[in-house]
Design a protein around this ligand. Structure first.
Ligand code: PLP
Length: 373
């Protein structure tokens, strides 16, 4: 049996009529860039998120650095974020000319450890950028408290956790802005690249709208800007999909319960932990091998047995050769938990269209791993 990691085509088949109708609507409107479908999707996203403003941009990386620039962040400013995240979080900080300060995660949730954040604060710290990793919200209340104490901005990197929430807090409620990725594999993904920003601040909304469009607010007048817009075709796809996000997240949660119940006898694995009262959106279901030396063996074994497992992310940011070190980054040791996460993580197939057979097969393969006997 083969269990795929992604279910993009299966999902398309389940909503084909709705997606096709939106694509037709955009094509027939004759307006494809900053047209009526983008406006409609931005309104729907703002209403769904409870934010005053939603702005569509080219991708989730641009969403981050455009927000940093709109907030007036730049050279000399330190932004504190996870050492265990997708490369783009740190990359966007560097693109904006700021310094990424990389700190450790909570060993249970893999999200930012507030105590590590507190220890990382310097005279240059201007913002905290918590990542809602794997689909679970960072501890925003604690992060907000630290931000208030030190007068810092907060930008949530919500590439992975649309439709999640914390224990009585919503994404966006305790920060200055939220950034989203709509790349195809995300829980709300288009057929290509896309990104978005949510904010309650009018000035961020105005600045990002200009920045994304060559610094232009009206015809032929430009200040410094870029080209990073969410195309109307993508906005149409996302508008069709947004209506399904709640049912899809519910299904992801249901699959997570099946995995967690089925794998509890696997003594060689640590399973994901959901913080009490949180809605984890399970963008990824990530297990860790208790012994990091087992990770590659278990991964190979899964793949050889037809289960397309992957790693997110097997190289922590501070171990990336490609990162422009020097003034672009500062590490705050120890990074023990981030490094353990990188060395031992395995992501199992997780998408709403997984079948019962595929879920049970994945559980069976892992339960049969020789070292589990
Ligand atoms: C945590 C995180 N931040 C930022 C990004 C960047 O988003 P994009 O690929 O849309 O640029 C991603 C995903 O790709 C991500 O997972």
């Amino acid at each position: 049996m083969k269990v795929p990691f992604y279910g993009h085509v299966r999902q398309y088949q389940s909503i084909k009529a709705e997606v096709d109708a939106k694509i037709q609507e955009v094509i027939m409107s004759g307006q494809y860039v900053q047209g009526p479908m983008l406006k409609k999707f931005e309104e729907e996203l703002a209403a769904y998120s409870g934010a005053n403003y939603a702005i569509g941009v080219g991708n989730g990386t641009d969403a981050l650095w455009l927000t940093f620039i709109a907030l007036g962040l730049g050279e000399g400013d330190e932004l504190i974020t996870n050492a265990n995240t997708f490369f783009a979080t740190a990359e966007a900080i560097w693109i904006a000319g700021c310094t990424a300060v990389l700190v450790d995660c909570d060993p249970k949730t893999k999200c930012l450890d507030p105590e590590a954040v507190r220890k990382a604060i310097s005279k240059r710290t201007r913002a905290i950028v918590p990542v809602h990793l794997y689909g679970q919200c960072a501890p925003m209340r604690e992060i907000r408290k630290i931000a208030d104490e030190y007068g810092l901005l907060v930008v949530e990197d919500n590439a992975q956790a649309i439709d999640a929430h914390g224990d009585n807090f919503k994404i966006g409620e305790l920060s200055d802005a939220v950034t989203i990725s709509f790349i195809v594999q995300k829980n709300l993904g288009t057929y290509g690249d896309g990104g978005g920003i949510l904010t309650n601040h009018q000035y961020i909304n105005e600045r990002v709208r200009k920045l994304r469009n060559h610094g232009s607010g009206r015809r032929d007048a430009h200040s410094a800007g870029f080209n990073s817009r969410l195309d109307d075709l993508h906005a149409g796809v996302l508008s069709a999909k947004l209506k399904h996000i709640k049912e899809w997240t519910d299904r992801r949660i249901e699959i997570s319960h099946k995995y967690t119940a089925g794998l509890k006898g696997c003594g060689f694995l640590d399973l994901p932990i959901v913080s009490p009262g949180y809605r984890h959106a399970f963008h990824l279901y990530v297990v860790e091998t208790r012994n990091p030396a087992d990770r590659d063996k278990v991964l190979d074994y899964l793949v050889k047995n037809g289960v397309d497992a992957k790693t997110h992310y097997s190289i922590a940011i501070h171990k990336q050769d490609g990162f422009p070190w020097g003034k672009s980054a500062r590490l705050v040791s120890p990074l023990t938990h981030a490094e353990k996460n990188a060395a031992s993580c395995i992501s199992l197939p997780m998408f709403p269209e997984l079948t019962e057979e595929e879920i049970q097969y994945t559980i069976q393969v892992l339960s049969d791993w020789p070292k589990n006997k």
